[in-house]
Design a binder for this molecule. Structure first.
Ligand code: UP5
Ligand code: MG
Length: 257
């Protein structure tokens, strides 16, 4: 399963100078935080006494929304590998939806049989299962205290609607890190990993089914997001070495961190 460590995060947004420490004046900003947000007037500089004016006092706003990036790309393209580097170097918290589901598949329950059968056929597990795993995992890590990479989700329109219904405005979704890779490279990587992974889907037949599902259901989501807002899709080629993939990704997302 993906891993990472939480860091206390403050979204620091200096507002105009000459404003006293007025919380209301901050929440009245057009980009005011949502219902879970906390606003504070914290500054290293002490504000002037009530009624006075202090030119140097700059209030700071702290939002209580987790920052989220979705990480999408074909099967075996290198989503998990890139995420591991982002965790190591940028202190993200990483959840692979596939890993969360594989944990469920190991249990002895009705859901586990269902999940196992979907994964073995390269099909997409019903969103009610996946979204609750993701939300629980984020809450267990501290919710707004972390910034998250959600790897391999959303995989289709239904997944995306599930996210919007359950999490939606409660998170600050920055966009999709979209990893591109040829099927030839992906197949080679899957089969190499399959020598030791023990994954029920790391074989030629299931990999081919995963490619079909990716092309017909996941790729259209990325295209739709790109059409809606081209700046919310951060495309990265995964044909190069993991270090180069990481560097290219950082160039694209750095200004969102
Ligand atoms: N590798 C990686 N990057 C490399 C590089 N730059 N150069 C050389 N080698 C590189 O990498 C794969 C292999 O390639 C590794 O051996 C790695 O060392 C090497 P990895 O980083 O693991 O690729 P990744 O894209 O994460 O591959 P994965 O197989 O995990 O992607 P999938 O999207 O197929 O799998 P996932 O686990 O996300 O989902 C599995 C199944 O779960 C799905 O098919 C579906 O049935 C189900 N699922 C859902 O139903 N809903 C969900 O929301 C999520 C999953
Ligand atoms: Mg993976």
């Amino acid at each position: 399963m993906g891993q990472g460590c939480c860091t206390s995060r403050s979204v620091v947004e200096p507002v105009s100078q000459n404003q006293n420490a007025s919380v209301n004046s901050i929440t009245n900003q057009p980009n005011a935080p949502g219902p879970l947000a906390v606003t504070t007037g914290v500054s290293t500089h002490q504000p002037a006494a009530a009624g006075g004016e202090d030119k140097d006092f700059i209030p700071i706003r702290t939002t209580a929304k987790p920052i989220v990036f979705f990480v999408l790309g074909g099967p075996g393209s290198g989503k998990g590998t890139l995420c591991a580097n982002l965790v190591k170097k940028q202190k993200f918290v990483h959840f692979s939806a596939g890993d969360l589901l594989r944990e469920v598949a190991k249990e002895d329950s009705e859901d586990s049989k269902l999940v196992n059968s979907y994964i073995s056929q390269g099909k997409i597990v019903p969103v009610r299962i996946t979204i609750s795993l993701i939300e629980n995992a984020m809450r267990a890590k501290g919710w707004e205290k972390c910034r998250y990479l959600i790897d391999g989700f959303p995989r289709n329109l239904d997944n995306y609607q599930g996210w919007n219904e359950v999490i939606g405005d409660k998170a600050d979704l920055k966009g999709i890190i979209f990893i591109t890779c040829t099927e030839e490279t992906m197949m080679k990587r899957i089969l190499k990993r399959g020598e030791t992974s023990g994954r029920v889907d790391d074989n030629v037949d299931t990999a081919k089914k995963r490619f079909v599902t990716y092309n017909s259901e996941t790729f259209p989501i990325i295209e739709a997001k790109r059409k809606e807002n081209p700046d919310s899709v951060f495309e990265v080629s995964a044909e190069n070495s993991p270090d180069q993939v990481y560097a290219e990704c950082m160039k694209k997302i750095a200004h969102h961190l």
